[in-house]
Ligand binder design. Structure first.
Ligand SMILES: NC(=O)c1ccc[n+]([C@@H]2O[C@H](COP(=O)([O-])OP(=O)(O)OC[C@H]3O[C@@H](n4cnc5c(N)ncnc54)[C@H](OP(=O)(O)O)[C@@H]3O)[C@@H](O)[C@H]2O)c1
Length: 242
């Protein structure tokens, strides 16, 4: 679908990848972009509409759905990463928070906006996933579980929404150079490159965007030797424990 002339909403649009996605939409000619954020952004750009939106808050979501009836592109970008293992975490709090935000928050936004996208001709619903939607990194085990749930949900809503003409896209990337991954010492893709790949995917009508080389390599490994990813993660975990 066309970005030019479109009206979009980006969750977590105040910083990190979300802010870059907002800019990419504007650069692509979007007419209006609602910038969903837990704290309203300040802007002088008349094309940007600040929107108070915590995706774990049902009242925020229903107010956003009422206020944004003209949206035809929803980008579910907001997410959290607590870098917690599954057994080694001191409590279940991080696991619960990640599920509440990454899976249930994204699902709640998708449910609230599906009728709006339908009314506006189908449009596109984009979920920002991860390479750990496909395998588990034990160091951040509960985040991996939440991103796997979000991926599974993305695949399910794609089937449910196909008949109403909504393009449902999953975006996969490894580490992105934002605050979320600031403690990680590993190769990172630029958020601008992830945003550009996402815009390309929307325009082309792709259901899956592999936004960096690592996501393409992992996708290939899944087809040939999926256990190789578990072996790689086990080696990294064991090394870290020494
Ligand atoms: N960075 C990576 O390595 C990486 C890799 C693959 C996928 N991803 C995914 O990419 C997406 C964007 O992450 P990022 O790298 O830009 O992370 P980030 O720099 O930490 O930014 C996260 C954004 O999500 C917002 N957010 C968190 N919880 C929210 C909630 N309950 N309601 C509304 N907004 C909320 C944050 O808002 P506040 O400013 O209020 O905190 C912030 O705008 C996430 O879905 C993440 O899982 C990231």
């Amino acid at each position: 679908m066309d970005i030019k002339g479109s009206i979009a909403l980006v969750t977590g649009g105040n910083r990190g990848l979300g802010k870059t996605l907002v800019q990419a939409l504007l650069d692509g000619g979007a007419k209006k972009v609602y910038v969903g954020a837990r704290h309203l952004i300040e802007t002088a750009d008349p094309r940007l509409k600040p929107l108070k939106l915590d995706i774990t808050d049902p009242q925020d979501i229903s107010a956003a759905a009422k206020a944004c009836q003209d949206v035809s592109i929803l980008i579910n970008n907001a997410g959290i990463w607590r870098n917690s293992p599954l057994i080694g975490a001191s409590s279940m709090d991080d696991a619960r928070d990640e599920i509440e935000t990454n899976y249930l928050g994204t699902l709640a936004m998708s449910r609230a906006f599906a009728p709006i996208l339908k009314k506006n001709g189908g449009g596109a619903l984009v979920n920002v996933l991860s390479v750990v939607s496909w395998f588990t990194n034990p160091t951040a085990g509960s985040y991996s579980v939440s991103k796997a749930a979000e991926w599974s949900m993305t695949n399910g809503i794609r089937m449910e929404l196909r008949a109403q003409g909504t393009l449902v896209i999953g975006v996969h990337a490894s580490y992105i150079d934002t605050e979320m991954a600031s403690s990680v010492n590993a190769p990172k893709v630029r958020p601008e490159d992830v945003a550009a790949a996402t815009m390309k995917g929307i325009i082309a009508g792709d259901e899956e965007v592999l936004a960096d080389q690592r996501s393409r390599d992992i996708k290939a490994a899944l087809a040939t030797d999926p256990q190789s990813l578990n072996r790689e993660m086990q080696r990294a975990w064991d090394k870290q424990q020494r």
